[in-house]
Design a protein around this ligand. Sequence first.
Ligand code: ADP
Ligand code: MG
Length: 607
Amino acid sequence: MADPARTSSGSIDVLPPHLIDQIAAGEVIERPASVVKELIENAIDAAATQIDVEIEGAGSKQMRVVDNGVGMTPADVVLAIQRHATSKIRSLDDLSSIMTFGFRGEALAAVGSVSHLEIVSRPRGVEAALLKFWEGGVPIEERTLGAPTGTAVTVRHLFYNTPARREYLRAPTTESKRLIETVTDFACVHHRIGFTLTVDGKPLLRLAPADTMRPRLVDLFGTKTAEALIDFSGGDAELGVSGFAGKPELARTTRDRILIYVNSRRVGSPSIAHAATAAYGETIPRGRFPFAIVCVNVNPRRVDVNVHPTKREVRFASGRAIYDLTHYSINKSIFASSRTAPVMSLDNGEGAGPAGAGHTFPGTAMPRPPSAVGTAPERDAALRLAMPTPHVERGGEGATADAESSPVSQFTPQAAVADGVSNLWQFNDVYIAAVVGDELWIIDQHTAHERIQYEALLKRMDERSADSQQLLFPESIELEPQVWPVFEESQELLVALGFQVREFGARTVLLEGVPVGLRVKNPVTLFRRVVEDIEIARKAGEDLRKAAAMSTACRSSVMAGDRLKPAEMQALFSGLMHTENPFSCPHGRPTMVKIPIADFDRRFCRK
Ligand code: ADP
Ligand code: MG
């Protein structure tokens, strides 16, 4: 039963405005870092190019944010701290195209209601600045004074009138850490804005404005880390993803270096974080997470930032597309940056490896037995996947020191060696193995075939030398209404690939031939799949020519589970060796790994 003393007395009163603000403040202002976040957002919204942040006493004593933005007239300063006072939206319609950080008009009101607030502001063209003080939202004093254009907001004694909030604060070091992170979160993507951060009188950050993000990353994370960051991008103006993906060696045990931004707003998104992690495939071990900065740029109409008062969460109209685009863009750049075959080591980690970790099974110091090669992924984690190790063929012609810096030129002598290899064998109906020089090479038959076909198809398209294999019985295919325009648009590409296809009445096409030399089990399915894939690529803003070749290659390649004849294995092996990039399929999955025979010797105690 309810405690009678706690039940309502029956008469209804409207709460006084100050109490309303204090209650609302609980939602927006949780801790000192929330104040600094709101103040920096206001400065950025005011088009500042320089933002200086000062913090004292982990934010409890004082926080000040000074900007050189547009400033406020005296009348605006008075309005600014009123609840629901904003210059950023005028109608509900504006909300769907909002590009500013603020729009709810409640941050300053909330901050003011739980602190001693001081604002000094001067807009361009006005001679003097207005300085105004409030205590708990109640105006105390104001005067004019000389000041540069822009705004300086100072917040003292946060939560002085809400003891419960104050109690709830964590240790000063924790609050300070959050404050610093808040500043660096903004500084990371707002590279054109200069930032300084001073903590208890000591300058902690001094970030000069930069035209691109990279110098800012050097300032924030150090040269060494910044060098291991690879940029990626994909998509279009409607929906784009770009950012920096750390090489696998930067992987860490927590997700706290996966920074996600949506239209320059730092957000939490388990789905995008998952996409970023998954994009690394097996290049980082399970339970580790990449260093990645993911910036999603999306038409504001397709994202709802008004899900939560602090706007830390957002809701997308096209979450799946963002997931796919993030995954694809990061995956592509990670694998493109490693144009060498991964060297799989059988060592138990005594030797130094880039990841510094030779994985053994938990609770045992026993290394994995070599029979684990190419089996279940969790067991693969036991094998260190050291990538990308430049590997120079011993004794191969042209294996010069200079070859180390160019994985492609280094590969040429390998191709020559590979041509002489004849002892190939298939296992699991998936992998082809061969001893090449002093290494055991293992090739994934599907990704390898994909790579070969992809390059061949691209070449045909470039040289306009498409050739078709006539179908004995032309097939008429009815396309769904929404697929029809995709077909019309991509007809030229399809013909360039070698599809013989023409319109045949309303929404129907006649397929008379498919590209020559492919493994086509069902020409109609192949055709439909390729059209579908082109549509997906078009939505993601990818190169359609490449996407069409990639799709055709993928859909007509040898599959896992196909048993191969020796001649087929031979063709696959040497075909792969003569491609331009033999080490990954067009989607970025590896085509081969190498294991040095010396590793076996060590394992069998021969050395
Ligand atoms: P919101 O940002 O949601 O509009 P705020 O309470 O944060 O709400 O700010 C209220 C208004 O005060 C803003 O709309 C803006 O007009 C003005 N303002 C606040 N901070 C600044 C600043 N640093 N420079 C210029 N104007 C500001
Ligand atoms: Mg604001």
